[in-house]
Design a protein around this ligand. Structure first.
Ligand code: ATP
Length: 302
C-alpha cells in the first residue's frame, strides 16, 4: 500500500502583466496581455504529486475571497483532498503580482496574505485528524514557526518528511536531525551550508555538512545537470534527461512532488531521484507552472 502524502504549504494566485518595460517609481504605463494562474509552491507541489499518482491531502490557508475559492476548486479538480484547507476570514488569499518585460525578465511582488497565518495550532489539529501513516512534504512559503513545529511533530510520529527549503532562508541547526530528506537548489544549499556548489566535490562537501547535522538524505537540484544525491551510503549525480527547455518555472515544484510520490511508493532512493528528474525534465519542455506538470502516464510512455 502506498503511503498517503500530506503537502503543507502555500497557495497563491499569480497575476501577470506583460509590458514593453517595467514602470519606474511614480510612473504609470500601459501594459499588454494580462493573465491569472494558480500558483504557490505548496499548491504546485501538491498538484505534481497528485498528477504523478500520489494520494494527496493539501494543508494550507486561503482567504474568504474569489481567489481562495478558485484555488480550492483547482485543487479539488486535481483529485486533492482539501478538507484541511482553512479559510481565513481576516486575511486575503495570497497573490503574486508579476510584471514581465519585452526581454522576458520578470519582477515579482508576493503578498502572502492568508498563507502567512497558518499557525502551529493548525498543524496540531490536522495531525490529530489525518491517518498516522503519511509522508509529509513542506516548503518555506508559510511561517517558519509553523514549518519548525510540523518538522518536529512529524519526526515524533515517526513519519518521513521532505523539506524543500525554498525560498532560501536560514533554519535552526537543531531542526536538521528531524528531517528525512532535504531538497535545496544551488542557492539554497549555499545559504544553508556556506558552501558554493560548483562541482561534485563541493556538492559532496555541502551534502556532508547537512548529514552531519542529522538530515538523512540530501538531494541538491542542479537545473539541467540533474540532482546530486548524498546519503550515508550513496553519493552520486543523477543526470537529468537531455531535453529542449522552454520554461523552467516550477521545475523544482515538479521535482519535489514527484520525489514525494516515489518515496510514498517505497522506490529506492536512487530510483526516486531518477523518477523526479524524469518528471521535472518533461515540465521544462512546456510553458507555465501548474500547466507544465506531467501526468504519470506520460512518464510511463518514455
Ligand atoms: P525553479 O525555481 O525553476 O522551479 P529550482 O531552482 O527550484 O527550479 P532546479 O535545480 O533549477 O530547481 O530544477 C529542479 C530540477 O528540474 C532539476 O534537478 C532537474 O531535474 C530539472 N531540470 C531543471 N532544468 C532542467 C533542464 N534544462 N533540463 C532537464 N531537467 C531540468
Amino acid at each position: 500500500m502506498n503511503q498517503k502524502i500530506l503537502v503543507v504549504g502555500s497557495s497563491n494566485t499569480d497575476m501577470v502583466i506583460k509590458a514593453a518595460k517595467f514602470a519606474l517609481p511614480g510612473e504609470t504605463i500601459l501594459g499588454g496581455e494580462f493573465f491569472m494562474n494558480p500558483g504557490g509552491k505548496g499548491a504546485n507541489q501538491a498538484i505534481a504529486a497528485s498528477r504523478l499518482g500520489g494520494d494527496v491531502t493539501f494543508v494550507g490557508k486561503v482567504g474568504s475571497d474569489i481567489f481562495g475559492r478558485q484555488a480550492l476548486q483547482q485543487l479539488t479538480k486535481e483529485n486533492i483532498e482539501t478538507r484541511f484547507v482553512i479559510v481565513d476570514h481576516e486575511y486575503p488569499s495570497g497573490v503574486a503580482l508579476i510584471n514581465v518585460d519585452s526581454k522576458g525578465q520578470n519582477c515579482i511582488v508576493v503578498a502572502p496574505g492568508a498563507n502567512g497565518q497558518l499557525q502551529p495550532a493548525d498543524i496540531d489539529h490536522v495531525l490529530s485528524e489525518v491517518p498516522q501513516e503519511n509522508l509529509v512534504l513542506v516548503q518555506l512559503e508559510i511561517p517558519i514557526d509553523t514549518v519548525t513545529h510540523l518538522i518536529r511533530k512529524t519526526a515524533e510520529l515517526g513519519n518521513r518528511l521532505i523539506l524543500n527549503p525554498a525560498p532560501a532562508q536560514n533554519l535552526p541547526n537543531e531542526l536538521f536531525a528531524s528531517i528525512y530528506t532535504i531538497t535545496p537548489n544551488e542557492t539554497e544549499i549555499e545559504l544553508l551550508t556556506g558552501i558554493r556548489v560548483k562541482d561534485i566535490g563541493s556538492a559532496k562537501a555541502a551534502g556532508s555538512k547537512l548529514l552531519d547535522l542529522g538530515v538523512q538524505q540530501v538531494i541538491i537540484t542542479l537545473g539541467s545537470q540533474g540532482a546530486y544525491l548524498h546519503t550515508s551510503s550513496i553519493s552520486k549525480l543523477i543526470a537529468a534527461p537531455e531535453v529542449t527547455a522552454v520554461d523552467t518555472t516550477a521545475a523544482g515544484d515538479c521535482f519535489n512532488g514527484a520525489l514525494a510520490v516515489a518515496l510514498a511508493e517505497d522506490m529506492g532512493m536512487e530510483s526516486a531521484v531518477h523518477f523526479a528528474c524524469r518528471a521535472a525534465a518533461i515540465s521544462v519542455t512546456r510553458m507555465g507552472a501548474q500547466q507544465s506538470i506531467p501526468y504519470r502516464k506520460e512518464l510511463q510512455q518514455r
